[in-house]
Design a protein around this ligand. Structure first.
Ligand code: ZN
Length: 230
């Protein structure tokens, strides 16, 4: 990623703070009714660092730093979630006077995938198959995060069936386990029919074999949703 960070400007030199003599603290002595009291507080000339800028290039700010664009390479762990923050140690702004640099905080935002929908570590994929494929069975290619896989669609599959491909989801950010890929089968109904096709379906209209006859194993949509969350 490209970042803009403040870095020590080359040619900046420092000298010992004359106010605190490099101790970073100033002590004040006050006379009170209880006697002389000494209080120490951070030096407000050098900000407690004990050093102040001697010379600095013209393009540096008051602290001897200047903004520089840099490319920082970051490692994204598998399973990251939208809203997470990654910390890259030492890649934030540098501190004046060779102090410890801050951290670069990277906020994670997720881009939507064109065909896979994320739900936690599980992924959902809408598979569309044709009438003949539903009736005869088919072998279909499915897009997964780790490449394409082939799945077998049994003859007589119902629209709405969910096929679970175990471990084909997203790895858990905690390092154990992987989610599943849930393939939702949708049987595509043609919007227009040729004369020949129309004749065929009209002929089949009275056919007993085309009458819906759901079995116990053909769970309803609501039962399937219940199963998924149990
Ligand atoms: Zn000082």
């Amino acid at each position: 990623v490209k970042v803009k960070r403040k870095v020590q400007a080359a040619g900046t030199t420092y000298k010992t703070c004359s106010t605190c003599n490099g101790t970073g603290q100033v002590t004040r002595v006050t006379n009170t009714i209880l006697g002389r009291m000494q209080t120490a507080s951070p030096c407000n000339v050098c900000g407690g660092s004990g050093q102040m800028i001697d010379q600095k290039p013209a393009d540096a700010d008051a602290q001897g730093l200047k903004v520089q664009e840099e490319t920082v390479s970051i490692k994204i762990p598998p399973g990251v979630v939208e809203g997470m923050q990654l910390k890259v140690g030492g890649k934030g702004n540098e501190a004046p006077g060779n102090g410890i640099a801050g951290d670069l905080l990277v906020a994670i935002e997720e881009k939507e995938h064109e065909s896979l929908q994320r739900e936690g570590d599980n992924l959902h994929y809408d598979l569309y198959i044709s009438y003949p494929e539903a009736a005869l069975g088919a072998s279909k290619e499915i897009q997964t995060v780790s490449g394409k896989v082939r799945i077998k669609i049994e003859a007589g599959v119902q629209s709405g069936k969910i096929l679970r491909l175990r471990g084909k989801g997203i790895p858990s950010i905690n390092g154990y386990g992987k989610g599943d890929l849930l393939v939702h089968v949708n049987v595509w109904t043609p919007k227009t029919l040729s004369k020949e096709q129309k004749d065929f379906f009209e002929k089949m209209q009275g056919d007993e074999n085309f009458e819906p006859n759901p079995e116990k194993s053909d769970k309803s949509f609501f039962e399937k949703v219940k199963d998924m969350f149990s």
